[in-house]
Design a binder for this molecule. Sequence first.
Ligand code: DGY
Length: 321
Amino acid sequence: MSAPRIIVTRKLPDAVEARLKRHFTVALNPHDKLFTREKMIAAMQNADGMLVAVGDPLDAEIMQAAGKRRVQILANFGVGTNHIDLEAAEEHGIHITNTPDVLTDATADIALTLMLNVTRRTWMHETRLRRGEWGGFSLIDGLGTSLQGKTLGIIGMGRIGTAVALRAYYGFGMKVVYFNRSKIEVQRIPGAQRMDTIEDLIETSDIISLHCPGGEANRGLLSANRIALMKPTAYLINTARGDIVDEPALVSALLAGKIAGAGLDVFAKEPRVPNALRELENVCLLPHIGSATVETRTAMGMAATANLVAHFAGKPLPNKV
Ligand code: DGY
């Protein structure tokens, strides 16, 4: 019996490609050229399984168009699945898996990186220095804000939210409040307080960090009305998904000085970033690099591969969505 045929939509770390080749007949994407909708449909018709990633168009229309579909499983390289229409996948009998856990630390680290960068205004300082505009040490110029003693509000206290809260509490002496849809016990962070509403959390927090999934359920969760409740001294950090925030409302609040700043690793329509954001000194902008370490991306690829291997061996899927 020939090995199942797997089509991979993005260039993967070498070790992951080597592992895939040991188990499957694989079509790789060595030049990392993004799949068009047509190519995605053809792939669904010609592969037994696919290894996909954020940004791949995997909506209901594509799944429908792939009429004589052969694909049984889409193994997503990443934890977020908001680019996949899960209902349509279920309707068409396509299994979906993701790669939780292995990216928790890397993503939490980037949330803290953004927090530190934006509160200490590092982008502004470094830009001025690189331009040769540093006039020498100053006691008063360009002062930032300390994290110690400030209140961090986490929206979505799952794996990554908890990892961020742990770092903030133990590493930086911050107080932690959180909002989570389902009731959960947070025992590892003394004094962590569950807020009954997102509004309560926003009004209490000096820094708000988003860690809930993107997609329909949370689209625009941080709405204009909620952004208006933020303290004028507060910062927003987003390492989750751009669609959770009303991006134009955030840009307006930043331009009008209604909030102190924002640290963003994700955007509503990636890779487009609003021009107004790029002009601002009180934002730190990163190109969706939450999980972008060699170790983490390799572990994510291995986890996606393990899901494919389990599926074609008829075993339970390790990370079924
Ligand atoms: C994730 O895993 O969701 C990261 O954002 C990369 O897609």
